[in-house]
Design a protein around this ligand. Structure first.
Ligand code: FA5
Ligand code: MG
Length: 419
């Protein structure tokens, strides 16, 4: 893994020749622990750090950009159950894009998923006639387990449409014979360049407004099926470049399909946990889901607005340099588990099974050994499961019991044989 790409993202272009549809179980692949997250709406919970971040970004777009006559609409409560059409097809994901794999995405059934990103709402909102908006919501991805990865997290999507004075040519910009991901004439087009500049300027000013004026920012070329050209923004944090958002100029085919073929637009998608972790020094992504008052008390009263007064102009929230004070780091302990894997084994299924079976006490799961017997061609893997509670000391007996339960159930659920 490279140092800056901490998330497996939709910028990956690997295209194995698989029909993912055939891999989707009839009753879906969503564990109950995740279904329980739906409706928690942490991003709308007053004084929750994710709510504070959301409002700070909304405030920024509302106040800083409203002088040039754009009124950003805010959408905060779209349900995370969306169609495959919205999440992938209308965003021009190729049929064999790895993001569609049920190893990466939670499916209710062949046609409906837990949205994997807030981009899933772009097309509908554009079709409804909105020209500038922010959408915030919980998103879900099957992923590895550690301090910065959790299968449920939050994103904010931003999009803004631009019209250019027509030179009499009323043709849609979309042309199926042009490869907009590569075409240089398109990428160097004057309007596209203007949109690019506005996008980068707006996002740099937003991120500095939220994190700090002296923040160092850089742009890295990226690929997303639904934008071209595309970039990722990285910020320098504790000496390391961290990816915080993906963005780009909306693909002309999407503009065309939503009735905006003459216009251009920019769009971005930003992860809220990552920003909140930086801003408040929150060390572990699981803390966002805790109900422990020692966590929530630290953010009480930061947001002075009255949650019942909706629709009022937002005030910026002064976080007064609040830093999360860990209320004690209880010791961790680890247990190893080794098994022979079959062809159908996928590490994400294992991570998820561990999460499902052992709950949020699991802090981290790491592969510590991978061995293929040259004679039998069988592969054995050993994973180390680190346990830690955010709230209390764990006893050895308790962890033994959890690990025993895991071993007891795992063979009948996953394609593997314990060693
Ligand atoms: C997307 O999800 C695109 N929809 C972003 C986008 C929108 C591009 C509009 C262009 C136009 P990506 O998978 O890179 O891209 O995720 C975007 C951001 O979400 C990341 O930069 C990161 O901040 C956050 N993120 C992604 N995966 C995780 C994860 N597992 N845990 C926490 N945050 C994550
Ligand atoms: Mg990314």
């Amino acid at each position: 893994k490279s140092t800056c790409i901490l998330f497996r993202s939709y910028s990956s272009t690997t295209t194995p020749t698989i029909d993912y549809n055939t891999l989707i179980p009839e009753n879906g692949n969503i564990p109950k622990s995740l279904l329980d997250k739906i409706g928690k709406n942490l991003h709308s919970s007053h004084n929750h750090p994710l709510n504070i971040i959301k409002k700070k970004i909304q405030y920024h777009f509302q106040s800083k950009l409203s002088n040039d006559q754009v009124d950003f609409q805010f959408f905060d409560d779209f349900h995370p159950r969306v169609s495959v059409k919205s999440n992938f097809d209308e965003l021009l994901f190729p049929k064999d894009h790895v993001g569609r794999s049920p190893n990466d995405t939670y499916y209710f059934n062949k046609n409906q998923v837990l949205r994997t990103h807030t981009s899933a709402h772009q097309n509908d909102i554009l079709r409804d006639g909105n020209r500038a908006f922010l959408v915030t919501g919980d998103v879900y991805r099957r992923d590895e387990i550690d301090a910065v990865h959790y299968p449920a997290f939050h994103q904010m999507e931003g999009l803004r449409v631009f019209s250019f004075p027509s030179d009499g040519d009323k043709k849609s910009h979309f042309d199926p014979s042009i490869n907009f991901y590569e075409n240089q004439e398109y990428k160097n087009n004057k309007e596209v360049k203007i949109v690019e500049e506005d996008l980068k300027r707006s996002l740099e000013s937003m991120i500095r407004g939220v994190i700090g004026q002296d923040l160092q920012v850089r742009w890295v070329d990226a690929y997303f099926p639904f934008t071209s050209p595309s970039w990722e923004m990285e910020i320098l944090f504790n000496g390391k470049w961290l990816e915080v958002l993906g963005c780009g100029v909306v693909h002309p085919e999407i503009m065309h399909n939503t009735g905006l073929g003459h216009d251009r637009a920019w769009a971005f998608g930003i992860g809220l946990e990552r920003l909140a972790m930086i801003l408040f020094d929150i060390p572990d992504i699981r803390l966002f889901w805790t109900e422990d008052s020692r966590f929530h008390d630290q953010f009480k009263g930061v947001d002075k607005s009255n949650p019942s007064e909706k629709g009022k102009k937002l005030q910026d929230i002064d976080i007064k340099n609040i830093k999360f004070q860990p209320y004690s780091k209880y010791p961790s302990c680890f247990k190893d588990i080794s098994f022979w894997i079959g062809d159908d084994f996928h590490s994400n299924k294992f991570f998820e099974f561990v999460r499902e079976c052992c709950g949020d006490l699991v802090e981290n799961v790491e592969l510590v050994d991978n061995f293929t017997n040259p004679k039998t061609n069988k592969t054995s893997q050993c994973y180390r499961i680190h346990y830690r509670s955010m709230e209390r000391n764990l006893t050895n007996e308790e962890i033994d019991q959890i690990q025993f339960n895991l071993r007891d159930k795992i063979e009948s659920s996953l394609d593997l044989k314990l060693r």
